[in-house]
Every structure is written in structure tokens, then in C-alpha cells.
Ligand binder design. Sequence first.
Ligand code: BEZ
Ligand code: FE
Length: 285
Amino acid sequence: MSAPPSTLTDDVVASFAATPDERLRTILGRVVVHLHELVREVRPTTAEWEAAIGFLTAVGATCDDTRQEFILLSDVLGVSSLVETLNGAPEGTEGTVLGPFHMTASPPRELGDSIDDLGGGRRALVTGRVVDPAGRPVPGAVLDVWQCTEDGHYDVEEPGVQPAGNGRGLFRADDEGRFRFRTVVPAHYPIPTDGPVGALLGATGRHPFRPAHVHFLVSAPGFATLTTHLFVAGSPYLDQDAVFAVKGSLVVDFVEVDAPTEGLDRPHRHADVELVLVPAVPSAR
Ligand code: BEZ
Ligand code: FE
């Protein structure tokens, strides 16, 4: 077996030396160094390298307008969670993964509306306030929320069964940063396993389940956009999320309420949260 030329890694890094964008040049250089180190350590056979390329090709081929297998791959490898965590600010609400199901626009809805178009049984009210780190309201913050049904399916996974936009809503907080919407308590569910990422989980004996949660993407001018979840306290898999996204601060009680409220005339659950946005910082470039 012939040894690789000792200057190979340096030569490849140097090939990017004229990259005008300094950040791009730095990132590419480090990618090359780490990738070469990995190959030197693992010493894949040619067949194994071809299999790796075949796997990534299959991941790309599985992506379409409503499915993002590369995000799923990043998620199950813990990379999405790491990127969110490193980019979070300690004085703000903790962020967590975007996931692959934010592929379709959420329908604009009015405060208090229901995002459940199916009339599910385990009904819930979610209320809260968007504030800055000093506790001052962020009026007019835009909240994009999405979740699965109480059976654990997103609308995009069941076209023709669920109406498009079911479980989704785009809300604008009021002048005091307050928001409220009705929904059903979401279920824990398996991430998609019918593609190459599912094959990876199968080959490694990993389970595909995520604990029950509601996704939030919260934005307002002058603030960093917050990508986060509310996790339902007591849900299965809170301690073994397939995508490593659970943070204790994001686990919320959906408290049982017996009184009728806002069209919820049966016993229902109520979750109340404060979402703290941090001021946007100019890019480090
Ligand atoms: C989700 O919560 O929608 C999700 C996140 C990561 C992988 C799959 C699904
Ligand atoms: Fe989800």
C-alpha cells in the first residue's frame, strides 16, 4: 500500500488560498484538514468510499419540495443540535433543531385560532409572550408554529388525508408580545425511516422516535430569529430523542383545565410559555 504524499493535505488547503471570502477560505481549509485526518485514521477501502458516496447520493435523491433528507442526516448525527446550541445566546430562550418538516408555508391565522383543522380529541390552548432579555414585550413578533397530529403525523406526510396546513399557523403577536392559539396535544412520533437515513438507523440498531413537541420559529425586526420547540412534559422519549434536541428548559407542562375557554368547551390542556428573543448581532465576518 503506497503512502499518500506528505504534502497532499497542505497542497489541497493551499489550492484555496486565493479564495476572496476569508470565512469561506477558513472553513474550506478546516474541512480539508479534518476530512483528510478522518481518512488517514479510518483508512476506508475504495469500496467503502464508494458506498459513502452512494449513501450521500441517495440522501440527495430523497430530497424534494416537502422532504429534506440532508437536514434529517444532520439531525440524527447531532450536528443540527450542535449548530443551534453554539449559535444560541445564554440570555435568550434556548434554540433547538428546525427539522425537515418546515418545508411548506404555514397559513396565516388570527390570534386564538385553531391550527387543528381535523377536530382532534385531546385539545389544547397554547398561550405566551414574546419578550426581550429585559422582559420587555416584542410587539408584533411573528410566530410560525407547526406540529404533528395526536397520531404523530405531519400534514406533508399524509397528503390527501390531512388538509395542507393542518397543524401549522403563522401568527402575529399583539402589542404586548402576547400570542395564543388552539391545537391538539401532539404525540411522540418516528422520524421518516423510509429513506437512506432510516436505513442508517436500522443498520445501527437506533430507534427513530422523537418526544412530543410543538415547533416555533419566532422573528422580529432587530432580533435574532429563534428556532425552538416546546416539549410536552411526560412524553415518552424525552430522555432519548432520536435527534438529540431536547433541552430541559423547553419542557413544558400541558396542564389539564376543566373550565371552558375560548371555544374549548371540554376539559383541555393549557401550556403557557415566555419566549425570549435576543438582539441580532451583526455577522462576525
Ligand atoms: C421534527 O421535529 O419535525 C423533526 C426533527 C428532526 C428530524 C425529523 C423530524
Ligand atoms: Fe417535529
